[in-house]
Write a protein that binds this ligand. Structure first.
Ligand code: ATP
Length: 230
């Protein structure tokens, strides 16, 4: 279980996160939804220790997150991480090795991911020669290659066509079914609503609502959550 408790962050005199608290449970896909600039990326970077909070805590199974623990997390950053001029399989294998997988395990994990993502035929092409949708599939694969214990993905579905959304969501859902907590951000409520089990709704740096999709649906049935998001 990932727990974010009362996290605050300012940039200059601007409060970007205001007492943020939420949980991401094992086996659940949690959608982190809010408009551009709401504070999703900042929250994710704080969870991953890439940015410090001014106050508040982030814990994993009840303990603070150390560097060794963080190595076992998977992260797809907003700015993406793969190199355009490297071959897809080569990069994913390199990443797997960087995360400590042996050569055979890295190869097995990468081959399986390429297959699940529908990228096997493009495996030996330079990333930049792939369509944007396929590049994004590869970027998601990069976050999964070391079989992470927690998955944090910044806008993994943005810009994907409906088929690619289903492919990527299917792979993430499998990981969730294996007990991995999955947190993914989106500014598209319809996408999140379709794909997640739980929601965290953030607006202007504050959490407006959390709960299961069914709970929130009934709670906000009349108002719709757009009102909460805006
Ligand atoms: P987006 O989808 O546009 O990235 P977001 O919900 O992820 O939106 P954040 O990227 O977390 O939002 O940004 C929250 C606010 O903090 C924004 O107003 C942004 O301009 C501001 N911000 C983020 N990083 C910095 C920084 N390094 N310095 C100053 N302001 C920042």
């Amino acid at each position: 279980m990932l727990r974010v408790s009362s996290v605050n962050r300012t940039f200059g005199d601007r409060r970007v996160l205001d007492d943020i608290s939420f949980e991401v449970a094992p086996g659940r896909m949690t959608g982190f939804v809010g408009a551009n600039g709401a504070g999703k990326t900042t929250s994710m970077r704080i969870i991953l220790g890439l940015l410090a909070a001014d106050s508040g805590t982030v814990s994993w199974h009840g303990a603070p997150i150390t560097r060794a623990v963080r190595q076992r997390f998977g992260y797809m950053p907003e700015e993406r991480g793969l190199y355009p001029k490297m071959k897809v399989r080569e990069q994913l294998t390199y990443l797997g090795r960087l995360y400590g997988l042996g050569a055979a395990d890295a190869r097995r994990s990468v081959d399986e991911l390429l297959d699940r993502m529908g990228l096997t035929e493009r495996a030996d092409d330079l990333l930049e020669t792939l369509s944007l949708g396929n590049q994004q599939r590869a970027q998601v694969a990069a976050a999964l290659v070391h079989d992470p214990e927690l998955l944090i993905l910044d806008e993994p579905f943005s810009g994907l066509d409906p088929i690619a959304v289903d492919v990527v969501a299917g792979v993430l859902r499998e990981r969730a079914a294996d007990g991995v907590p999955v947190l993914f951000s989106s500014h598209q409520l319809d996408v999140v609503e379709r794909l997640c089990d739980d929601l965290v709704i953030i607006a202007a740096g504050a959490v407006r609502a959390t709960g299961s999709r069914t709970e929130l649906r009934s709670r906000y049935a009349a108002a719709r959550y757009e009102l909460v998001v805006d």
